[in-house]
Ligand binder design. Structure first.
Ligand code: SF4
Length: 206
């Protein structure tokens, strides 16, 4: 049997910053967009790790987290592979899926007519944060990079948690984790936080 391989840049467990509950996050590698001001440079051009969907599903199951958020990079470029990973996870545990994509929901629905991977993946997503990052629309709203991006519930899974989680925060929060000699920022940073992060990364290189 041919193994399903996923290319990713980072994965972490147990954060509250990228969706309701205690979540793991997988940042996939590669992006087809070129948003001005993108701070996810490493997920487009930097570290690319390959692992099987099966191993990544097991990694997530071992975390015991309530859900997984998939960001990047552009998750839809690996829609079929990610949908297989989610299938494997949900065979063992019914968990919530949050996805950040540079495509709009309308674009994805059209793609789904032609692309079985996108169709399957889209059908598994509970909350989609959609659309490309637009620097001029970065108004420091929490949980999204710019105000053109929408937080869309695609299922009823988070009906009780959506409003409390997405509407009550007053601003953007980030976490910085240090693992070995690497630093990782989690969350959607404000402009000031992004500038501090760039300085940390600059110092990281010395
Ligand atoms: S979609 Fe995300 S990762 Fe891709 S260029 Fe835009 S901001 Fe960067």
């Amino acid at each position: 049997m041919v193994e399903t391989v996923i290319q990713y840049s980072e994965k972490i467990e147990s954060t509250h910053l990228l969706g309701p509950g205690d979540r793991a996050v997988l940042w996939v590698f590669g992006c087809c967009f070129n948003c001005s001001g993108c701070i996810a440079y490493n997920f487009k051009h930097g570290t690319c790790i390959e692992d099987t969907a099966e191993n990544l599903a097991q990694w997530f199951l071992d975390t015991k987290n309530d859900g997984i958020t998939i960001s990047g990079g552009e998750p839809m470029l690996q829609a079929m592979e990610l949908s297989k990973m989610i299938e494997m996870i949900r065979e063992k545990r019914d968990v919530g899926i949050v996805v950040y994509s540079g495509f709009t929901y309308e674009e994805l629905k059209k793609k789904a007519d032609q692309d079985l991977g996108v169709k399957n993946f889209l059908s598994q997503i509970d909350i989609l944060i959609d659309g490309p990052y637009r620097e001029e629309l970065n108004h420091n709203e929490p949980y999204r990079g710019s105000s053109n991006q929408r937080i869309l519930p695609l299922t009823g899974r988070y009906a009780g948690a959506m409003e409390a989680y997405y509407q009550t925060s007053e601003g953007r929060d980030i976490e910085v984790r240090i693992r070995g000699d690497k630093t990782l920022m989690i969350g959607v940073p404000s402009k000031d936080q992004a500038a501090i992060w760039q300085e940390i990364k600059r110092l990281d290189q010395f």
